[in-house]
Design a protein around this ligand. Structure first.
Ligand code: SIN
Length: 278
């Protein structure tokens, strides 16, 4: 039976009749197009070994080894998104799109559930295609001409952590001295796969809109951030054992809910290299 694609509410698509452990080349092409169309792909009941996770990611591009996340002990290509039962903070709680601080931001990430809490720990995605389409015409015209600066400094640099957070994140996030990346991208990009327009600013990494005063930049970003979170653009993905999500950073935001105190959660993430955005 051939792979099936079913649109999810808000953003994304559920993909069935596919085994990611032994994916066929024709399915890779369909998944790449689906990523450009839907922004995030959800898979259930997979049993993906770390080696097959790496092979699947490589079918979409080179692997970006994240500078700040702890890798697994056995595979440097795989970053751990980990929260232990005694830890307060999770990783990725605020709305963001990974790697927007890079000159050539990552295409996307493939997240595999390895250890889940009994309840909670969902990931929420928002469609930046739908958010762009939902803007009034005058705002579209305005942002189509603007660029924004993104940075890793405030998010992963030494100033990112209070003393308490430093202890809490110790062993999970690090390399604060490597947080030196700044990048300028259009506020609204043309998506490299689908050619559709998408909003490309996010609360975690965007620092300011370059062509505006500090105050006007803040007002525009606040307006866009509120708009992009509207429920009609979002989908809440409930993880199960065997779940995999593959999101396109140029088409979506995501945030990981931190609602499982006293329980552990471990995900394996591989990030695929992308390209300069226009
Ligand atoms: C991330 O932001 O990359 C992690 C998302 C998650 O853990 O659900």
């Amino acid at each position: 039976m051939s792979l099936t694609i079913e649109a999810a509410n808000g953003v994304g698509a559920y993909i069935s009749n596919v085994d990611l452990q032994s994916i066929q080349p024709e399915d890779i092409a369909r998944l790449r197009n689906a990523l450009g169309e839907y922004g995030v792909l959800f898979f259930r009941e997979q049993s993906l070994t770390p080696e097959a996770h790496i092979e699947f990611a490589r079918a979409f591009g080179n692997i970006n080894i994240n500078r700040f996340f702890k890798p697994t002990d056995t595979h440097p290509e795989i970053a751990e998104v980990r929260k232990e039962a005694h830890q307060a903070n999770n990783i990725g709680e605020q709305w963001h799109t990974d790697h927007s601080y890079d000159q050539e931001p990552a295409l996307g990430s493939i997240l595999v559930a390895r250890e889940l809490p009994s309840t909670g720990g969902d990931t929420v995605f928002s469609s930046m295609f739908a958010a762009y389409d939902g803007l009034p015409a005058n705002v579209k015209t305005r942002i189509d001409r603007l660029t924004a600066t993104h940075s890793s400094r405030h998010a992963f640099g030494p100033e990112a952590y209070s003393d308490d957070d430093k202890d809490d994140f110790s062993g999970r996030l690090g390399n604060t001295t490597k947080a030196t990346q700044d990048a300028v991208h259009p506020v609204a990009i043309v998506h490299p796969i689908s050619g559709k327009r998408a909003i490309y600013v996010n609360p975690d990494f965007t620092v300011r809109v370059n062509e505006l005063s500090e105050g006007d930049s803040r007002s525009l970003l606040d307006y866009l951030y509120e708009h992009c979170q509207h429920e009609q653009f979002t989908h809440r993905f409930q993880w199960q054992s065997g779940s995999v999500a593959f999101w396109d950073n140029r088409a979506t935001w995501h945030k990981a809910l931190n609602d499982y105190p006293g329980q552990a959660r471990l995900m394996h993430r591989i990030t695929v290299e992308g390209e300069r955005l226009h």
